[in-house]
Write a protein that binds this ligand. Structure first.
Ligand SMILES: C[S@@+](CC[C@H](N)C(=O)[O-])C[C@H]1O[C@@H](n2cnc3c(N)ncnc32)[C@H](O)[C@@H]1O
Length: 229
């Protein structure tokens, strides 16, 4: 990583803390995302999670599991700047990708004007009723961990509901043991037991990986989990 990219990343992470803290103080747990995207004014360096490419942990899972994406209905939760969704559509999936932030969705359209992805500004908590049980594959990368503990159970319920019968859900997040500190500002590391809530809603856990992500600065502990309905 270049020095200037590292500096931008540090500033972006600091801004996440400032904006989320101010938002939380007003009892608003998600309003800061739109502020961060709007403030960035098209500068990818200002968004700490903008990898400018498909997530390594998603592409790796698609390749190793040999999941056949052709014509499958795929939903990308909290799609951010849209790279994961674009990748899945290029492999033949019919992809819907949504984010709470209208600015992020506008940015997806600008970055990928020819993509077949249906990018939409939608709040997870008020998603269209006809998305229920409708997707063969749901991708959730780093959205739950960006939400505080009081709204995470509801987020898990909403995400689990999107998975169609026999469909799969891929979750990638920061992980911790229950005795480790939870932190007060995002990103929050999640415990295995809170993720088990997915299995209360008719999903079965089919794999659980616990590893150190040496590709990210700070080498955080990660969980990558696959569920199936
Ligand atoms: C940490 S970012 C991760 C973005 C992307 N998944 C990635 O891996 O680069 C979390 C994303 O979730 C979105 N988000 C947060 N709360 C949401 C909600 N309630 N509904 C939809 N999107 C939400 C944010 O706007 C942000 O783009």
């Amino acid at each position: 990583m270049t020095n200037s990219r590292w500096q931008s990343l540090s500033l972006g992470k600091l801004r996440v803390r400032e904006l989320s803290q101010a938002s939380y103080q007003q009892g608003d747990y998600t309003g800061w995302f739109e502020k961060l995207y709007a403030e960035a004014q098209g500068d990818l360096n200002a968004i700490p999670w903008a990898d400018r490419d498909v997530s390594h942990w998603l592409a790796d899972w698609i390749e190793t599991s040999q999941f056949n994406l052709q014509d499958r209905r795929v939903l990308v939760v909290g799609c951010g700047l849209g790279d994961d969704a674009k990748y899945l559509a290029q492999l033949g999936a019919k992809v819907t990708a949504f984010d709470l932030s209208q600015t992020a969705i506008d940015w997806c359209h600008q970055r990928f004007p020819n993509s077949q992805v249906n990018y939409q500004a939608v709040d997870l908590f008020t998603a269209p009723a006809n998305w229920k049980l409708s997707f063969d594959l749901v991708i959730e990368i780093y959205t739950i961990q960006a939400l505080p503990a009081n709204i995470r159970p509801n987020a898990i319920d909403c995400i689990g509901n999107f998975v169609a019968p026999n469909g799969k859900l891929l979750v990638v997040c920061r992980g911790r043991n229950p005795e480790d500190p939870a932190g007060e500002l995002p990103p929050f590391a999640l415990t295995q037991s809170e993720l088990n809530k997915f299995t209360d809603r008719g999903l079965q856990q089919i794999s659980f990986e616990d590893f150190i992500d040496t590709l990210e600065s700070g080498s955080p502990r990660r969980f990558r989990i696959v569920y199936q309905r």
